[in-house]
Write a protein that binds this ligand. Structure first.
Ligand SMILES: Nc1ncnc2c1ncn2[C@@H]1O[C@H](COP(=O)(O)OP(=O)(O)OP(=O)(O)O)[C@@H](O)[C@H]1O
Length: 271
């Protein structure tokens, strides 16, 4: 059921969502009975076992995939195809190698028919905000993986999306770059307050970034639990020392231990 509150552009509602992939005789049920809402401007992270349907959820919200049953609404409208008001960042930056970094970010605008000096200025400002101010005229091959991913985040935000969908955006980065990217993303979100749907394998990252963390069950994935993260913002580096951080990470870890997704005593090295 949709809530009765006034519907806002960045408001996401999933109701009874199921997704089954069929190829020949093989059926894979990825999601089963998924219900949740994300408020406009809210930052929600999803954690769950590998293969539980997290990426599928993100693709459903983006309109790249349709549900087998149930519905996805964004801003009060049923999602029935790719949406213009959405930005997506995947684990791999996938920049085009024949354009410099500014050109890659501008491509997002050009594909939408948005062009003008103020948009070029926004692209430059975003690249500066993610630490690439001095690299706008470089080509992707001239940048490290972390720098390319920064450019991908700027590209995901340049058209001022109401909703930012992120599928393990920091998954391929080293720990230090990952921490910096988290700080940068929180800063951008506090400034622009877009709705963020963020998939991660890192419980720490989910708790450090999100207003709420959705924990998924194993496949077919559904919502296991939802945790409110009551940590002050900006969370910065200090949040790791907050006892509430450790408490939430522990609670979520316990869920995975109880469900057998994590096993403290199993070692693949044991003979
Ligand atoms: N296009 C597809 N065709 C067939 N099966 C698919 C397709 N996309 C996903 N699946 C299956 O659906 C299930 C969920 O996949 P999905 O990628 O959403 O999981 P995930 O939670 O994001 O996984 P991971 O954490 O490992 O990235 C998996 O069993 C996967 O094999």
């Amino acid at each position: 059921m949709l809530s009765r509150a006034p519907v806002r552009a960045g408001h996401i509602v999933l109701s009874g969502v199921e997704k089954t992939f069929v190829r020949g005789l093989r059926k894979t049920q990825a999601l089963n009975g998924v219900d949740f809402e994300i408020g406009e401007g809210e930052f929600v992270a999803v954690v769950g076992p590998s293969g539980c349907g997290k990426s599928t959820l993100l693709r459903l919200v983006s309109g790249l995939t349709a549900p087998s049953a149930g519905s996805v609404h964004v801003g009060g409208e049923e999602v029935d195809g790719p949406r213009k008001d959405t930005g997506i960042v995947f684990q791999k930056a996938t920049l085009v190698d024949w354009r410099d970094i500014l050109g890659n970010v501008m491509l997002q605008l050009e594909l939408r028919g948005i062009e003008g000096p103020e948009h070029r200025e926004r692209a430059r400002a975003l690249l500066t905000a993610v630490g690439l101010g001095n690299f706008m005229d470089r080509y992707p091959r001239e940048l490290s993986g972390g720098m390319q991913q920064r450019a991908a985040i700027a590209r995901g935000l340049v058209h001022q999306p109401t909703i930012l969908l992120m599928d393990e955006p920091f998954g391929a980065l080293d720990a230090l770059t990952r921490e910096q990217m988290r700080l940068d993303l929180e800063g951008l979100w506090i400034r622009d307050r877009m709705t963020v749907f963020f998939i991660t394998h890192s419980i720490d990252e989910a708790v450090l970034l999100a207003d709420r963390v959705i924990v998924m069950t194993e496949r077919p994935g559904t919502v296991d639990s939802v945790f409110e993260v009551d940590l002050p913002r900006p969370r910065g580096l200090a949040a790791r020392k907050d006892p509430r951080f450790a408490d939430l990470v522990d609670k979520i870890t316990q869920i995975f231990l109880t469900r057998g997704v994590l096993d403290e005593h199993r070692s693949s090295l044991a003979s």
